[in-house]
Design a protein around this ligand. Structure first.
Ligand code: FAD
Length: 392
């Protein structure tokens, strides 16, 4: 009989692991609480490690075709002076690809297209896990019409994001996600816009404004601000125009090209207390459920994609699920938690830095840094080689 997995959560990580497990011959059911399987979030950048993971899953070519390479741009001051330049061509020489930018909805659609429709159960929320019988796991979920359902698969993957119920059930004493001190507003422009370069971030005091240009000429922009959790603005776009009045182009142009209804606002959380394990019994955590990190390195989804490939590869190596999960944990936990710590540090030294003297010192250090430092920093996290999945 075929081996079965239930994946809780149909985000980037859940869809990717479902593809990986199916590639190695498993039957997979993805239980997703929302009915519309489409991430409304704006755009996302993927570094070489994320793209290589997608290659290993057999989806890399499709994603590259829908994405735009980030060759030009860099880091600027609010007045527009360059602190560091982005060298996408150097990254491409080193890793075979620059970082790419893609609308999140397009990435989701490409991942979903790799799965047969019967594999996806939208509008169903995982409600309980029963691990009381040794070596077994039962997962209960409820459809949005109130109908209960359950399964006893060989493996449950908790890919249910930063607020993971799976994690809370496995590690009830863990404090869960913490507010990072920052909040983010972001949107896709409603049409093509002259963004000037492929990718930029601009650092003010405790503030970052960035953009990613997309293949169709639109751009995604994000504004990250030091902020207490829960603070909301009656008119977020008007607030952005006020905050960024006087900042260099294309910032005003990007805000002008945005529909006020398209602005998303979320507080940035992270798992500040690293989990003691990504696995328990026949359950594995993956993506933000395992290691939610701040977005300051643009690595959260890339790490979820790495998790997906490694989990599928280790599962393919033999019938012993516990052994496979132990290897997954040993391989993924140090790597993902290391990247999460680096992302937190990047935020502290970048967007979150607010004291004028500290900001001036950081900017001077960036200006004086030898060329190639920015590329080396990206290489540190992006130079990752996936394991091969059998048959791919
Ligand atoms: P999610 O995308 O959160 O998916 C979890 C899914 O589980 C959701 O669909 C949810 O509805 C579902 N779910 C939850 N509970 C249940 C339940 N009980 N039952 C059923 N379903 C459930 N990463 C990058 O690599 N590059 C970037 O450029 C980048 N930019 C970012 C910018 C911002 C502002 C932020 C906040 C993050 C950014 N990230 C980036 C990080 C990236 O978005 C996340 O790491 C990634 O989306 C996590 O995917 P996931 O599948 O683990 O979780």
């Amino acid at each position: 009989m075929g081996r079965t997995a239930v994946v809780v959560g149909g985000g980037i990580g859940g869809l990717a692991v479902a593809i990986g497990l199916r590639r190695v011959g498993w039957e997979v059911t993805v239980v997703e609480r929302t009915r519309v399987l489409d991430d409304a979030g704006a755009g996302i950048s993927l570094a070489a490690n994320g793209l290589r993971a997608l290659d290993a899953l057999g989806v890399g070519a499709q994603v590259r075709a829908a994405a735009r390479g980030q060759y030009t741009g860099g880091t600027r001051t609010p007045q527009g002076a360059w602190l560091a330049r982005m060298d996408g061509a150097a990254l491409e020489r080193a890793l075979g690809t620059p970082i790419v930018g893609i609308p999140r909805a397009a990435l989701h659609a490409l991942l979903r297209a790799e799965l047969p429709p019967e594999c996806l159960v939208p509008g169903a929320r995982m409600t309980a896990l029963d691990r009381s019988a040794p070596g077994r796991v039962r997962v209960a979920y409820e459809h949005d019409d109130g109908r209960p359902d359950e399964a006893e698969p060989d493996l449950v993957v908790g890919a249910d994001g930063i607020g993971s119920g799976t994690r809370a059930l496995l590690f009830p004493d863990h404090p869960g996600p913490a507010h990072s001190g920052s909040t983010v507003l972001r949107a896709l422009t409603k049409g093509p816009v002259e963004a000037g370069s492929d990718f930029e971030i601009t650092w003010g005091r405790g503030t970052e404004f960035g953009h990613i240009a997309l293949t169709d000429g639109r751009a995604e922009w994000h504004a990250v601000l030091n902020s207490p959790a829960g603070l909301r603005y009656p008119n977020p776009l008007a607030e952005m125009r006020r905050r960024f009045a006087g900042w260099h182009e294309p910032i005003p142009a990007l805000l002008d090209a945005t529909d006020p209804n398209d602005v998303l606002h979320h507080d940035i959380g992270e798992l500040a207390d690293p989990l003691p394990s990504f696995v328990a019994g026949r359950v594995a955590l993956l993506g933000d459920a395992a290691h939610a990190m701040t977005p300051h390195l643009g690595q959260g989804a890339c790490q979820a994609l790495e998790d997906a490939v490694v989990l599928a590869a280790r599962i393919s190596e033999g019938p012993d699920v516990a052994r496979a999960l132990a290897r997954y944990d040993a391989e993924r936990r140090p790597r993902a938690q290391g990247v999460a710590a680096a992302a937190r540090q990047a935020g502290r030294m970048g967007q979150q830095l607010a004291h004028p003297v500290a900001v001036a010192l950081r900017n001077t250090a960036l200006r004086l840094a030898p060329s190639g430092v920015a590329v080396r920093m990206i290489l540190q996290h992006a130079a990752w080689t996936p394991p091969r999945l059998p048959g791919c």
